[in-house]
Ligand binder design. Structure first.
Ligand code: NAD
Length: 495
């Protein structure tokens, strides 16, 4: 069995811990590798290595950092397909989807290639006589990143290229379910010229995470994952004196008004509901129809579901792959049973769909007439299950979204610009799509939900990433005019 190891100080190591975790190929259900699980001692080694590397990396010139970032960018482009294949093999998503994931991560690397511009400070001349004020942004030190299984390449790339370009060093603890993509990227970064120890990849679970949360030499923590763990990371990390950004789970609603382009809305609901088997934090999970919109929308959605090809991610034409593990597939299936028992109308049942027999597959599921007290509405299912909630009015639909504890993404489908404008104004969600189902900002904006979808005050990547990974220093300097002081400026003045 292949053993997936840590990457510390620019080399692979199995560390000191003897625990291992299984990695599966979700399309076959077979275990493909073991991954090493870090002990507290391994956390210590990784953090010490990153701390030592910080001493020189923080003083590297902006030009040197940019050159490495550009070279890294080019290597990722060159090896895009290798990374995508690793994603499909361990996560299960289709190759097209995996390529899209790498592309979105690449955009953040490209943003970080501009670091010299992004780290410019402010300058105010003559705030008082002979006095100027200016700001510089300095790296924080060693930063830890803890990431989820669903975007094993992109989410880490939301973090480490930004942190490293800012002059920090990094310890990444990726998901133990699909650990290989991060290692591939770390090796490419080394090839691009990144000094050893600047980026370290430490595999593991709670033991590794707790070690990072408690370590006095970690200055900042970026987390992306489920809401209960995000809250835990935020509370524990801040209690230990770290700055923490912790992005959590989601329950994303898409409102369809009666005047919407129903074909566009149906395409959006199906791609955003079932793409990546619903394992996206920006997946649409609830379609909220207003008035008679459901009667026009639902037949179109069913037609598209019936045409979806559910197959192994590397199979030609596959549109939806398996779920990440057997346990997760069973959990999602249990929600379908709960929805049915609670009285929602089961329009398409993924449990009985025509899907490959091997592997962790579940077909696309559609519920109609879902009520707000049902668990299929209240819980983040994180699978290919779409719930339709029918409402009488626009106000009722907005209220439902604003009452929801999550606030990651949302979308409205309408042809009325005034209605769309009202929606963007009133909705209490961090990322809003207008006739766009998955409004993930490009790298030059920042990504971040509201409410229980984001703990901490920063979004991730983009300008907010720069702020998170640096500390601002403000300098007030007085240099009185030497002529006024009668100083002879003939040099040398000494010796
Ligand atoms: P998860 O919270 O189970 O795991 C995330 C990370 O935390 C992993 O590295 C894991 O090893 C670690 N972890 C898990 N349990 C822990 C514990 N008890 N103590 C300490 N560390 C622990 O999330 P997941 O299942 O890997 O990913 C899916 C979740 O991530 C969904 O809820 C999804 O919405 C969310 N997500 C959010 C965003 C966002 O941008 N807001 C993006 C992607 C995924």
């Amino acid at each position: 069995m292949e053993l997936i190891e840590h990457w510390i100080g620019g080399t692979s190591t199995s560390g000191s811990g003897d625990r291992r975790g299984p990695v599966y190929n979700p399309a076959t259900g077979a275990q493909s590798a073991d991954v090493v699980m870090a002990s507290k001692q391994d956390v210590e080694t990784a953090v010490r290595t990153a701390k030592e590397a910080f001493e020189t990396w923080k003083d590297s010139s902006l030009t040197a950092r940019q050159n490495i970032m550009f070279a890294f960018r080019n290597l990722i482009v060159e090896h895009k397909l290798d990374i995508a294949r690793a994603l499909t093999a361990e996560h299960g998503k289709t190759i097209d989807d995996a390529l899209g994931e790498v592309q979105r991560g690449l955009e953040v690397i490209e943003f970080a290639c501009n670091i010299a511009h992004l780290l410019k400070g402010d300058y105010s001349q003559q705030v008082s006589r002979g006095v100027d004020t200016y700001t510089v942004r300095q790296p924080r030190g060693v930063v830890a990143g803890i990431t989820p299984f669903n975007f094993p390449a992109m989410v880490p790339m939301w973090m480490y290229p930004m942190a490293i370009a800012c002059g920090n060093t990094f310890v990444l603890k990726p998901s133990e379910k699909d650990p290989s993509a991060s290692l591939l990227a770390a090796e490419l970064f080394q090839k691009a010229g990144l000094p050893d120890g600047v980026l370290n990849v430490l595999h593991g679970d709670k033991e590794a995470v707790d070690g990072l949360l408690e370590h006095p030499d970690i200055a900042a923590i970026s987390f992306v994952g489920s809401t209960p763990i995000a809250r835990y990371i935020y509370e524990t990390g801040t209690r230990n004196g770290k700055v923490v950004q912790a992005l959590g789970g989601a329950k994303n609603h898409m409102i369809v008004l009666p005047d919407a382009d129903m074909d566009l809305a149906a395409d959006a609901a199906v791609s955003a509901g079932y793409g990546s088997a619903g394992e996206r934090c920006m997946a649409i999970s609830v379609v909220v129809t207003v008035g008679d919109a459901a009667d026009h929308l639902l037949p179109r959605v069913q037609e598209r579901i019936d045409a979806l090809k559910v197959a192994p991610g590397d199979e030609e034409g596959a549109e939806m792959g398996p779920l990440v593990t057997g346990m997760h597939r069973d959990k999602v299936a249990s929600y379908i049973a709960a929805g049915e028992a609670a009285g929602a109308t089961l329009v398409r049942d993924g449990r009985t769909a025509d899907v490959p027999a091997e592997g962790f597959f579940l077909g696309p599921t559609l519920f109609d007439n879902v009520k707000r007290d049902m668990s299929i509405y209240t819980d983040e299912i994180f699978g290919p299950v779409l719930s339709v909630v029918r409402t009488e009015s626009y106000e009722e639909a907005i209220q439902m979204i604003n009452d929801n504890p999550y606030g990651n993404g949302t979308a409205v489908f309408t042809n009325d610009g005034g209605a769309a404008r009202k929606f963007q104004e009133e909705i209490q969600v961090g990322m809003v799509g207008i006739n766009v189902p998955i409004p993930v900002p490009l790298a030059f904006y920042s990504f971040g939900g509201w409410k229980h979808s984001n703990f901490g005050s920063h979004g991730i990547y983009g300008p907010e990433g720069i702020h998170f990974y640096t500390r601002q220093k403000v300098i007030i300097s007085r240099w009185p005019d030497p002529i006024h002081r009668g100083v002879d400026l003939g040099f040398p003045q000494h010796g």
